[in-house]
Design a protein around this ligand. Structure first.
Ligand code: T6T
Length: 325
C-alpha cells in the first residue's frame, strides 16, 4: 500500500513536471519595445537570453520612432499573426495604449509590461489590471536621485532645466515628477525650468538645450530624462563650450553618456537594468504558462548610479548598456 502510494506520487510528480515543461516550450512570445535605442537593445538581449534558456520562441518588432502612431500598427500586426500567447511590451503612452493592448488580451494574448506601465501602474488596484505584471525601474525615485545628484554638483543653488521626451509616458513622467518634487522640497535655492519635450529626437533635444543655454546664461544644470534627452543636452553643453560649467545628469548608461562623464560634462549617470527587465518578463510568461498564479504585479529592477569615482569599478561598469561585443 505504502509502496503503491509512493509510486503514485512519483508518477504524479513526473506528469506535473512534464506538463509544466511542455507548456513553457509551447508558448510563443511577442516582444514590442518602445523604440530603437541602446536601452531597449539591452532589454532585447535579456529577452533573447531567457528565451534561449527556456527554449521559447520570441518574435521581436521594434518601432522606428517613439509613440502610439508607430507602436499600435505593429501591435495590431503581432495580434493578427494569431500564433502568440504573450506580448511583452513597453507602452509608449500610459492611456492611449490601453485599448490596443486590451484588444490583444481579448484575442487571447496575455500582456506583461516592461519599463513603462498602463494607467497608474498599479495592476492590483488601479484603473488597469489586465497585465500580468509591470517590470521596471522606480522612475519617481530615479528622478529624486537625479535631483539630489544635480543639486550636489551645482552646490545647491542656481537654475536647472529638464529636457524630456513626450508627455504621458509613465517612465519619463515619473522622472520629471520625482526631480521637481525634490527640488521644491529640499532645495529652495534651485529654480527648475522646463520640461521641454523633444519627442525622443536627440537633435531636437540639443537644439532645445542650446536655446535654453542662450536665454539663461547663468544656467547651472540640466536633467536629461532618457538616452536622447541626455545625449542632446550633453552635446549642446559641449558645443556651447560650457562643459564643466553646466552640469548634466543623465538617465540611461549609454557609451555616449559615459564618454561625456569622462569629459566632465555629465556628473551622474543613472543606469537602469534593461537586461533584467527583459529576462524576467520572459520568465514570467513561462511561469504563467506553467500555471504559476502568484507572480508579483510589480517588480522594481533598481539602478546602478555611476559617477567618475566608480565608473571604472567592474561592479558598476557592468551596468553600462553594451549592445555589441
Ligand atoms: O529611458 C529609456 C526608457 O526607460 C524610457 O521609457 C524611454 O527612453 C529610453 O528607452 C531611453 O531612450
Amino acid at each position: 500500500m505504502r509502496r503503491a502510494s509512493t509510486m503514485t506520487a512519483a508518477l504524479l510528480g513526473t506528469l506535473l513536471l512534464s506538463t509544466a515543461a511542455a507548456s513553457a516550450a509551447d508558448i510563443k512570445i511577442g516582444f514590442l519595445p518602445g523604440v530603437v535605442d541602446p536601452f531597449y537593445q539591452v532589454m532585447q538581449l535579456g529577452v533573447e537570453a531567457a528565451a534561449k534558456d527556456l527554449g521559447i520562441e520570441v518574435v521581436t518588432q521594434v518601432p522606428p520612432t517613439w509613440g502610439v502612431e508607430a507602436q499600435t500598427p505593429i501591435l495590431d500586426a503581432l495580434v493578427a499573426r494569431g500564433d502568440l500567447n504573450y506580448i511583452i511590451t513597453a507602452p509608449t503612452d500610459k492611456d492611449q495604449m490601453v485599448a490596443p493592448l486590451q484588444a490583444a488580451l481579448d484575442a487571447g494574448i496575455k500582456i506583461i509590461t516592461v519599463d513603462t506601465f498602463l494607467g497608474d501602474g498599479d495592476y492590483a488596484n488601479g484603473p488597469v489590471t489586465f497585465p500580468i505584471s509591470y517590470i521596471g525601474s522606480d522612475n519617481v525615485e530615479g528622478g529624486r536621485i537625479s535631483a539630489r545628484g544635480l543639486a550636489k554638483a551645482i552646490g545647491g543653488k542656481g537654475t536647472v532645466y529638464i529636457n524630456s521626451t513626450n508627455p504621458n509616458v509613465s517612465s519619463v513622467e515619473g522622472r520629471e515628477q520625482g526631480f521637481a518634487e525634490v527640488m521644491k522640497n529640499e532645495f529652495p535655492d534651485i529654480k527648475v525650468i522646463g520640461p521641454d519635450y523633444n519627442l525622443d529626437d536627440q537633435n531636437k533635444a540639443a537644439q532645445q538645450t542650446a536655446a535654453v543655454l542662450e536665454q539663461n546664461p547663468d544656467l547651472a544644470g540640466v536633467f536629461g530624462t532618457n538616452v536622447f534627452s541626455a545625449g542632446g543636452a550633453g552635446n549642446a553643453v559641449v558645443n556651447a563650450g560650457l562643459g564643466g560649467h553646466v552640469q548634466v545628469v543623465a538617465y540611461d548608461a549609454t557609451a555616449e553618456a559615459i564618454e561625456l562623464m569622462g569629459k566632465g560634462v555629465v556628473s551622474l549617470v543613472l543606469a537602469q537594468k534593461p537586461f533584467d527587465m527583459g529576462y524576467m518578463a520572459v520568465q514570467f510568461a513561462a511561469a504563467d504558462a506553467a500555471g504559476v498564479t502568484s507572480l508579483p504585479k510589480r517588480v522594481e529592477t533598481g539602478f546602478a548610479i555611476l559617477d567618475k569615482d566608480n565608473v571604472t569599478d567592474p561592479n558598476f561598469a557592468r551596468f553600462i548598456y553594451k549592445t555589441g561585443n
